[in-house]
Design a protein. Structure first.
Lengths: 284, 270, 209
């Protein structure tokens, strides 16, 4: 007689892997779109981007690696698209070597390319790429003395009016996991610049505390934020479709936990309470 | 909530407005640290069960004739306090292992700023083996260079675990999201005790469930202070605790006052 | 003569001077020191660029030694060397926008980074399924919090019970944020204390390293 509780408590993890694989393949082939609400943080972010005025200066901190292409791409694309609709003047900087190709991919995305064309962005007139700004010390010096750091390369252009970070109204951080710390430490406490960040999924609580303290102006979580932004901007794409898979995998995980606990109370707890009769007797 | 810098209250010569409070905190930290260093006051630290488990695990490795893998993390910003605490525990582990003749495999982080740690780790191991009289056990092949970023480093350590099949795996220090993978890998190898820590608060719960013993937050520093028996490390721990306590009091008082409608934040931003 | 530069005291003096140059302008209005701070930080930036090159050379040396001695896994060392130096030379020669660079980046780096992210999730599931048990009050509370947050993040959870939304938001915005704050404060204090210990010479490991 098979002890069902024992089976529930000792399910092989390969079955979990198979289950998740099935959900992902099934979800990719037959996407399920479920209604989802817009969270307060995403709505606030969206509203605050809408406050940007034409001619305001936005500095884009491009520090994301290739992993964002797969989970947060919609958020990056649509946030940048929304900013471009507001026609700020853009300074583009890259902070990690592996962020250059990602920046290229973002700027060459069809939606962004069209938006840039419609908004009449011209390099050197209202869009400038200042290149590689490597590390927190570089950001400190850039923020303190823009033209000193960039070796006066941009003197005589529209960037003449930028002396330090106080002359830049908005800071959009597409950073890797550590980059938003740089913005919080070196920009938010010293300058008046308003910081927008897009967070990695696991690190959003840290962004929340910075928002609550006033360091960040607005922040969204990258994965669900992508789907929410697609709903807000009505550019439906991969992120909304992916939420179906996320739903199923979350539900599966919860069911795994519940089944495991049923097995625990039915069998494992009694097994663990048994005294060890022989030396070397295994307890799983 | 407004940035406190904009709510300045008084001008003090030479000081930049809004930063006096921050300077006072740093000064306080310095004074408390110096007090413990000068007075050489011994700070009582209880024996953490994780440290006892580390000692037993080294013995287990000796009995089973298997190596021990010690991962001090991937400190991408150079040497930070997690890594320093981990070095204290590495020294302790190395001394135990050298006495019992246990091979210790150490994955070295290859990120540019962590190259400084390679020399420190080698010195610790060499000194431990020399002190135990087993200097012939020191082998450069036990130091394995891994990757630069978190992913490549983590996968390299996982590969080392599968190849070496250790009886114990200590991952203490600047450990990012990989702590769960290390715990799971140790379980799947079978017969491997894993003692871990994590740099990210979000991973601590997962680290606790996936490994046998966990160092949570300042446990690592406390354990390092305990095993090194260095009064200044104990003072370091007491400094952190004192300032944390002061912060707690300030948060509680300001919360109560704010609820009553009195905002003391502008006054703190002097 | 050169022995003087290897003394621990010289390291400490340089560290302390660099610290003061960077630290003082943040709190005190000292224009001259501020300019010196900018210069020092520029040096730090240059050093970090050089460290990347040193890292590359060091990694190459390790793998070449592996190749020469034909130690276990030397084939992987060979592949590493070929790929790394190809990317360096292609990037320098053709630029990062060129197909010869970007193809390999998109085909290898992007895919493998995604692989690692995916692996983490599978391991999390395996760990969670095995060890999330309601053994006592604390683990039960953890389980409830996990289920609430998971269901809040998934649209299907909000369909099953709309209460997961506000409950999950409260958990993250209040409970998790509070714990994060405490953790951050502790980490910041420990970082400052460690820095001060290094400056006053009590942290011998770092100075000797």
């Amino acid at each position: 007689m098979v002890d069902m509780f024992k089976v529930m408590a000792t399910i092989d993890r390969r079955i979990y892997f198979l289950l998740f694989l099935t959900i992902m393949i099934g979800g990719s082939l037959y996407p399920v779109v479920l209604p989802m609400p817009i969270t307060n943080w995403t709505q606030t972010f969206y509203n605050k981007v809408n406050e940007v005025q034409p001619g305001d200066i936005l500095i884009v901190h491009m520090g994301a690696g290739p992993e964002v292409r797969l989970n947060m791409w919609s958020a990056y694309k649509l946030i940048l698209w929304q900013f471009i609709q507001k026609r700020p003047r853009i300074i583009w900087m890259t902070t990690w070597p592996n962020a250059f190709p990602v920046g290229e991919m973002l700027l060459n995305d069809p939606l962004i390319k069209d938006a840039i064309k419609m908004a009449n962005y011209v390099k050197g007139v209202n869009f400038t790429d200042i290149g590689f700004v490597y590390g927190e010390p570089a950001l400190v010096n850039l923020a303190k003395d823009f033209h000193g750091f960039t070796e006066n390369k941009f003197k005589g252009t529209w960037l003449d009016e930028v002396k330090d970070m106080n002359d830049i109204q908005y800071y959009l951080c597409f950073g890797a996991s550590g980059d938003y710390h740089w913005a919080a430490k070196q920009i938010s406490l010293i300058y008046k610049t308003k910081i927008f960040t897009v967070s990695d999924p696991g690190l959003f609580p840290t962004h929340i505390i910075y928002m609550q303290a006033g360091n960040f102006y607005a922040s969204i979580e990258g994965v669900t934020g992508s789907a929410e932004y697609e709903l807000l901007t009505k550019h439906y794409g991969e992120a909304v479709g992916r939420m179906g898979i996320i739903s199923m995998t979350h539900l599966a995980f919860v069911l795994i936990i519940i089944i495991g606990n049923i097995g625990y109370f039915g069998w494992e707890r009694k097994e663990r309470a048994k005294p060890i009769k022989n030396l070397g007797e295994k307890h799983d | 909530m407004m940035n406190i810098i904009t709510q300045k209250t008084m001008d003090i010569p030479f000081f930049i407005k809004g930063r006096i409070f921050g300077f006072s905190i740093i000064l306080l930290i310095l004074l408390i640290s110096l007090y413990y260093i000068w007075t050489k006051k011994k700070v009582p630290i209880r024996l953490l069960p994780q440290v006892e488990a580390m000692r037993e695990s080294v013995g287990r490795c000796a009995e089973m004739g298997k190596p021990l893998v010690y991962t001090y993390g991937n400190p991408t910003s150079g040497v930070d306090y997690w890594t320093v605490a981990s070095f204290g525990l590495l020294k302790y582990t190395a001394e135990q292992a050298a006495k019992l003749g246990v091979k210790v495999i150490i994955p070295l982080s290859a990120s540019p700023k962590s190259v400084i740690t390679h020399a420190i780790v080698r010195d610790i191991m060499k000194e431990a083996y020399i002190a135990a009289g087993t200097s012939e056990m020191y082998d450069e092949a036990n130091f394995i260079l891994t990757g630069t970023d978190d992913q490549t480093w983590g996968l390299a350590v996982t590969k080392i675990l599968y190849a070496a099949r250790p009886a114990a795996h200590f991952y203490l220090g600047f450990i990012p999201f990989f702590s769960v993978i290390f715990g799971e890998t140790s379980t799947s190898i079978g017969g491997c005790v894993s003692i871990g820590s994590s740099f990210y608060l979000q991973m601590i719960a997962m680290t606790v469930v996936s490994c046998d013993y966990t160092f949570i937050a300042q446990d690592l520093i406390a354990a390092s202070a305990y095993v090194t028996e260095d009064p200044s490390q104990g003072g370091f721990l007491r400094t952190i605790d004192s300032i944390s306590f002061i912060s707690m009091i300030l948060v509680a008082i300001s919360s109560i006052l704010l609820t009553m409608g009195i905002n003391i934040i502008p006054w703190l931003g002097v | 003569m050169m022995e003087i530069f290897r003394k621990k005291e010289i390291t400490m003096i340089i560290t302390t001077m660099s610290f003061l140059i960077a630290f003082l302008p943040y709190f005190f209005d000292l224009p001259a020191v501020d300019q010196l701070s900018t210069l020092t930080v520029n040096w730090a930036i240059t050093v970090s660029y050089v460290m990347a090159i040193i890292g590359l050379i060091y990694m190459s040396m390790i793998n070449i030694t592996k190749l020469q001695k034909k130690t276990k896994g030397w084939q992987y060392g060979a592949i590493t060397l070929i790929l790394v130096w190809y990317m360096v030379l292609a990037g320098l020669g053709f630029g990062t926008k060129d197909m010869k660079f970007s193809f390999f980046y998109n085909a290898i780096a992007v895919s493998l980074t995604a692989l690692v992210g995916g692996l983490i999730s599978f391991y999390l599931v395996a760990a969670g399924g095995r060890t999330f048990r309601a053994r006592d009050f604390r683990s039960t509370f953890l389980l409830i919090a996990i289920i609430v947050v998971l269901m809040k993040n998934a649209p299907i959870g909000l369909i099953i019970w709309p209460g997961f939304g506000p409950l999950g938001t409260y958990t993250i915005d209040v409970l998790v944020a509070g714990a994060n704050r405490a953790f951050k404060i502790g980490t910041a204090i420990a970082g400052i204390a460690l820095g001060l210990r290094i400056l006053i010479g009590r942290e011998t490991m770092v100075a000797e390293g």
